[in-house]
Design a protein around this ligand. Structure first.
Ligand code: XIL
Length: 350
């Protein structure tokens, strides 16, 4: 095994327990040859974002989700706008469902996401709260949500997308009203709310070394020096082949690894300008493999999550005009070279 990782007996046992995929109807799939089987024994979990509408209505989607992945991330249903649509009235229905399905499938849950500038409930933006009130609201939100799921979430994206491309802090309602200390506060509150969850700082365009990833590196280093419980760095991994692949991703992940924090690829999809063709599809496969190898080659990278596994439900075409085909499976669940590359890479590592 190439990976410089020592698997403890407990880790091996844990891997064995989740090794059998259980379908939503309770049937176990013996002789499973999907990604989660390939990932077994590597120390890296393989995950997907889950679309709750698809899960409820599309049986092949639910079956593939259970077969291929041993960790899941709610694509939307743990976001603040969903869980507290009106102030003080929580709605955990969809998020509870996701956590329940994950438990039945033997999948760890990545909670996503507590502190973000986007997908906030409209009552937050529309009410004239004072800075003190906003600080209180954020604290309550973290305690309410993490408290609700206490002990059932493996890792939380505590703070999401806090930086600009130039490495300065993003101008958000939190920075404007609470000042830069909101990040440390959020991690402290999160650790109090659920001490067993691994707490992540998460962002995009941080797969390579540049002003943004370096700013996050420096922040994590500073916070840890002060004893703030930031325990992981998540790289979303929303790439586009037309921009080139991040050749220095391993070097980048290694410097975070050396800080002693966990790392993860949290939302990998690799889009292209449509229509797709063989060259683009192959470049995409190389991108998926490049990120996975970086994860497998460091000690503390714990998971690799794709932001949807089929183009059928991908967020990409709706947001990046003219682009798509960003996931490892086509709309009708045909495996692309990206899928095969992920599987073969895991197999080589285990
Ligand atoms: C996206 C979802 O995929 C969409 O369904 C939703 O409309 C918008 O958010 N970074 C993140 C994710 O951290 O939460 C985003 O998810 C994609 C970018």
């Amino acid at each position: 095994m190439m990976r410089p990782r020592v698997l403890s007996a407990a880790a091996i046992a844990a891997v064995t327990v989740v090794g059998l995929a259980v379908l939503p109807n309770g049937a176990a799939t013996a002789g499973d040859t999907g990604l989660r089987a390939a990932a077994r024994g590597t120390g890296v979990k393989i995950g997907t974002a889950v679309n709750m509408d698809a899960l409820a209505t599309d049986a092949p989607y639910a079956a593939a989700g259970a077969r291929e992945f041993n960790t899941v991330t709610p694509e939307n249903v743990m976001k603040w706008e969903v869980v507290e649509p009106t102030q003080g009235h929580y709605d955990w229905t969809q998020a509870d469902k996701l956590v329940d399905v994950a438990r039945r499938n033997g999948q760890a849950v990545r909670g996503h996401t507590l502190v973000w500038h986007s997908q906030l409930p409209s009552w937050i933006n529309e009410t004239d709260f004072t800075p003190a009130q906003l600080r209180d609201l954020l604290r309550r939100h973290i305690f309410a949500e993490m408290g609700h799921f206490k002990g059932r979430i493996w890792a939380w994206d505590v703070v999401n997308e806090a930086f600009n491309e130039d490495g300065t802090l993003r101008d958000t309602i939190w920075l404007r009203n609470l000042g830069p200390g909101y990040i440390a506060d959020a991690f402290r509150w999160a650790h109090q709310a659920d001490p067993s969850a691994i707490l992540f700082l998460n962002d995009y365009n941080v797969e390579w070394i540049g002003p943004k990833s370096t700013a996050e590196y420096n922040l994590i280093k500073d916070l840890r020096r002060q004893g703030v419980p930031v325990q992981g760095f998540g790289m979303q991994g929303h790439l586009g082949i037309q921009y080139g692949l991040p050749g220095d991703v391993l070097e980048n992940v290694r410097r975070f690894d050396a800080l002693g924090v966990k790392t993860a690829f949290t939302e990998v999809d690799i889009r292209m300008i449509l229509p797709d063709d063989q060259i683009k599809t192959q470049a995409q496969a190389e991108g998926f493999g490049l990120l996975l190898r970086a994860c497998l080659l460091v000690r503390h990278c714990i998971s690799y999550t794709v932001w949807g596994f089929t183009d059928k439900y991908s967020w990409v075409p709706g947001v990046f005009s003219g682009e798509g085909s960003a996931t490892p499976m086509t709309e009708d669940y045909q495996k692309k070279p990206a899928y095969d590359t992920l599987k073969e890479t895991f197999q080589l590592a285990s």
